[in-house]
Design a protein around this ligand. Structure first.
Ligand code: LLP
Length: 412
């Protein structure tokens, strides 16, 4: 359930007509619903009865207003860069609820994380472990470590966002991970606190999660036999959402399936959900600039692949709805952006109501990996982000201007 609904053919976000925001901020823009964000966060977080921390995956939508909201709801943050750590801290997230994943953390990033006193670093290679030991020693601190293990499980999702198979770059192969723990145990500035894994994104079936947990569980038992105990088991993110007709597991079903496997494992759980919380809590609003007919009919809008990369990058489906419904006839069109590439489309060959110049369109399910993956390609200023809360709306990121495009550039 989300709070983007029609009332008398007019699309509302909570109590605010979407067109009213468009009139105030111009197009394109991202629009999020605070009630939906809260609802999705709480539905996920309260689905678990075992001790756990819900660390929102910052990469999915990084605006500090959202990170602040989840922090207030008791959530933490899953980060993958120094920049994301900076955001989470600025947003007021408790550092003791921040976990840091990623295959390529630099020394400077490791230092920043240690100085910030975060909950744990999910280490993904032996060389990273050695570097972390050196950095921690130079700072005179102990690094809380969890190894990200790669369980070699097929998450049955798009190849680009599958991360837990042997052929993927992520984590340490689970069969080799015992060595890493045994080595880490002897390091003076490393403290072993957990085991982590994240197998992929937009999973619509719980079975790969269960399969991976079973493998991780046997591994934790093996660690115990070696006298290594852990406090945290980080199961990553990955729960999918409905973009069109997918039937992803509800948080309750996901939680029940995992908790069933958790019996006897005496540790706290960490989750890193992103999409399942923000995906359907945000839309991208764009305006029809022109229509034209060539080999086919094109609806040219003012948002492009630089604003929402998912259709171009993954051939992802996003529903496109009118901001004001009319009973115009349907036609089959490509909705395309202004970018100079044929890969710049929001949808292709889709049947929709006939649109004309000036019509506002809502690109649905755009809250996750929408704004956070946007760029300035074609020197297009990035669009504003707006947060609706009841009958009010707040600009939580201003539209960039031309000056911001060249900020930091120098002519020698
Ligand atoms: N934890 C780690 C270590 C991750 O790499 C990710 C996502 C998450 C958690 C959150 O996964 P989620 O719950 O959102 O599925 N740009 C792609 C998705 C990339 C996912 C990257 N990692 C897309 O637009 O579909």
């Amino acid at each position: 359930m989300n709070h983007f609904q029609y009332k008398n053919d007019v699309l509302f976000c909570e109590e605010v007509p979407v067109a009213e925001v468009a009139a105030a901020v111009g197009t394109p823009f991202y629009l999020y619903s605070a009630a939906t964000l809260t609802r999705h966060f709480q539905a996920f977080d309260s689905a678990f009865s075992l001790p756990h921390i819900t660390c929102f995956a910052v990469k999915s939508c990084s605006n500090i207003a959202l990170l602040n909201l989840f922090g207030k709801l008791g959530g933490g943050a899953d980060i993958v860069s120094g920049g994301e750590l900076f955001r989470a801290l600025k947003a007021g997230v408790d550092p003791k609820k921040i976990v840091y994943s990623g295959v390529g953390k630099s020394e400077a990033e490791l230092r920043f994380a240690l100085q910030s006193n975060i909950l744990m670093l999910n280490v993904e290679s032996h060389q990273e472990l050695e570097t972390l030991q050196e950095v921690a020693s130079s700072l005179g601190v102990t690094a809380p470590v969890s190894f990200r293990v790669n369980p070699d499980v097929d998450p049955k999702t798009h190849a680009y966002i599958s991360t837990g198979m042997a052929k993927n770059k992520f984590g340490i192969p689970i069969q080799d991970a015992l060595n890493s723990y045994v080595t880490a145990r002897q390091m003076s500035n490393i403290k072993i606190v957990g085991v982590s894994c994240h197998i992929g994104s937009q999973l619509t079936d719980v079975s790969p999660f269960v399969e991976s947990l079973q493998k991780v569980k046997s591994f934790v038992e093996r660690l115990r036999q070696e006298g290594i105990t852990i406090s945290y088991l980080d199961l990553g993110g990955g729960v999918g959402i409905r973009y069109s007709d997918e039937e992803p597991p509800l948080p309750a079903a996901y939680a029940a399936a995992l908790e069933r496997e958790m019996q006897g494992l005496d540790c706290s759980l960490v989750f890193e959900p992103g999409r399942v919380i923000v995906g359907n809590a945000g839309i991208l609003v764009t305006k029809v600039l022109y229509t034209k007919e060539g080999g086919k009919k094109f609806v040219i809008v003012d948002a492009g692949m630089n604003d929402l990369a998912r259709p171009s990058l993954y051939d992802a489906y996003h529903a496109i709805k009118p901001v004001v419904r009319t009973n115009s006839e349907e036609e089959t069109v490509d909705v395309v952006g202004p970018i100079c590439e044929s890969g710049d489309f929001l949808c292709r060959g889709r049947k929709m109501p006939a649109y004309t110049r000036g019509d506002l369109l809502a690109v649905m399910s755009a809250g996750a990996y929408g704004f956070s993956m946007s760029s300035n390609y074609n020197s297009r200023p990035r669009v504003p982000e707006v947060l609706v809360d009841g009958s009010n709306f707040h600009i939580i990121r201003k539209r960039e201007d031309y000056e911001s495009l060249i900020a930091g550039e120098l002519i020698p």
